[in-house]
Design a protein around this ligand. Structure first.
Ligand SMILES: [Zn+2]
Length: 463
């Protein structure tokens, strides 16, 4: 009897007390180590709350306990995707339509987005809050709040900045809403106001990115502390010897084609290296550029994703469509040249140490650039531009968090990192299009089965 009790206690100890308790265990998985470009076979991932508790050899499953253990038959587990440039906007009228983009993003494996700023900030804060509390299905959202622009802002909801006092007040107001970063826009922002915003934001420890007035000098802005730029127009200014004269002539965006036609490889490389040394970030947004270039020659009427985008958002697509129609053939020709020229900039920028960010620019107004799918398309175009699949993945899941100094919390399947996972049928390091072979998603520790992902899509389908 005594001996039996000892044995009982011994087995109890092995089977219960020493087992690591977790809420969810994914086992028999292949972990995609994006940083090192390797696949680690036969693993398990134990999740507790919203964090990864442990990764281990699947043969050690007995050391773990969970009410929910899911065998995944060798499927690939990578960190959830980051879309580093997206838009929620369009005013009160479009709040619900924007909210419906959240399940769509999640269904495409996107567990974090960086919003480009807009006019529905309070709604975004509320969604983020509900998402954290598992009351709403969607990616976590980093948002700058309103954009900062000049006296006549290009977009609704922006804060006008013309003087130093206005720059200070604008940043006070962003700080009061805990903005995650500062998004700058160039409706008619002066270069002086632009520099003031950057300098002041830097001294407050706020990250800055966005558009740049083309009257300004990128290297000067970087010296003042600019952290990044969205789109490739601004880095393009550093690639041609006629940039200064075009700037002095006030050419604005009229300088884009001439700059491309006088692209100087040596000068470009020298500039990229200088930017790379400062840890600069650039979001190329290639897919939206290509989609716009092809607006007049692509028939989108049968796009299946139109069924999942609210009619109110589809209406906003008309604006860019109309401007393309006004431009006609020359719009298409000019934009096609831009597609090629911008694509050619990406690989040398990456190799020079610039932190490239994958961002789709999807959202209202950016015609037929569908939230979710468009980030996968962006990754494909980054690979077409010369990046390896591993490098393209780095621009999404590693550089995204790095911009915010959060690399300790995201970017790999390791203990203590956030439990945001994308589970794929196929290896994304072999072929970037495999990011679309989505099987399951884990967002903030919550598991979405194939059925759950289908339910997310059905929940937003138009009648
Ligand atoms: Zn944008």
């Amino acid at each position: 009897m005594h001996r039996f009790l000892v044995l009982f206690c011994f087995y109890f100890f092995i089977s219960c007390s020493s087992q690591k308790q977790s809420d969810l265990i994914l086992t028999d998985v292949s972990i995609v180590d994006i940083e090192n470009g390797e696949i680690i076979l036969n693993q398990l991932v134990a999740i507790s709350g919203d964090k990864i508790l442990a990764t281990d050899d699947a043969s050690n499953l007995g050391n773990y306990h969970s009410e929910r253990i899911i065998g995944l038959d060798g499927k690939f587990v990578m960190p959830g995707l980051w879309d580093n440039h997206i838009h929620f906007r369009g005013g009160e009228e479009l709040v619900e339509s924007n909210k419906n983009l959240l399940p769509l993003l999640l269904a495409f494996g996107i567990t974090t987005v960086r919003d480009g700023g807009g006019d529905i900030t309070p709604a975004i804060h509320e969604w983020n809050d509900q998402i954290q509390k598992s009351k709403l299905d969607g990616p976590r959202i980093f948002t700058p709040g309103p954009k900062l622009d000049g006296s006549r802002p290009a977009w609704e909801g922006s804060i006008s900045v013309s003087t130093k006092e206005e720059a200070l007040r604008a940043l006070d107001s962003l700080e009061s809403i805990n903005a995650d970063f500062v998004k700058i826009y160039d409706g008619n922002l002066t270069k002086e106001a632009f520099y003031q915003i950057i300098e002041e934001a830097g001294s407050r420890g706020l990250k800055t990115t966005g558009h740049m007035p083309l009257s300004a000098d990128l290297m000067e802005a970087v010296k003042l502390g600019l952290d990044g730029t969205e789109h490739l127009y601004y880095a393009l200014k550093e690639t041609s010897s006629i940039a200064d004269s075009l700037t002095e002539a006030g050419a604005g965006y009229g300088m884009v084609t001439p700059l491309m036609n006088t692209y100087d490889h040596d000068l470009a490389l020298e500039s990229y290296q200088k930017l790379g040394e400062t840890g600069f970030y650039v979001t190329p947004t290639l897919h939206v550029g290509k989609t716009l270039a092809e607006l007049l020659i692509t028939d989108h009427s049968e796009d299946s994703l139109l069924n999942y985008i609210s009619p109110k958002i589809i209406e906003t697509y008309q604006r860019r469509l109309n401007s393309a129609k006004r431009g006609g053939d020359s719009y298409t020709q000019t934009r096609s040249l831009w597609v090629t020229s911008f694509s050619n900039m990406v690989k040398p920028m990456y190799d020079s140490g610039i932190n490239i960010l994958a961002g789709s620019d999807s959202g209202p107004f950016n015609s037929f650039t569908y939230p979710g799918l468009s980030l996968h398309k962006e990754l494909e175009l980054l690979v077409n531009a010369g990046l390896t699949p591993q490098e393209a993945l780095i621009t999404s899941v590693i550089n995204g968090p790095k911009f915010f100094g959060l690399e300790n919390q995201y970017g790999s399947i390791e203990p203590y990192k956030m439990a945001d996972l994308l589970i794929l049928e196929q290896n994304p390091l072999e072929d970037i299009t495999n990011t679309s072979s989505i099987y399951n998603v884990v967002a903030d520790g919550k598991w979405y089965s194939e059925n759950a992902l289908n339910d997310l899509m059905n929940s937003i389908k138009n009648n």
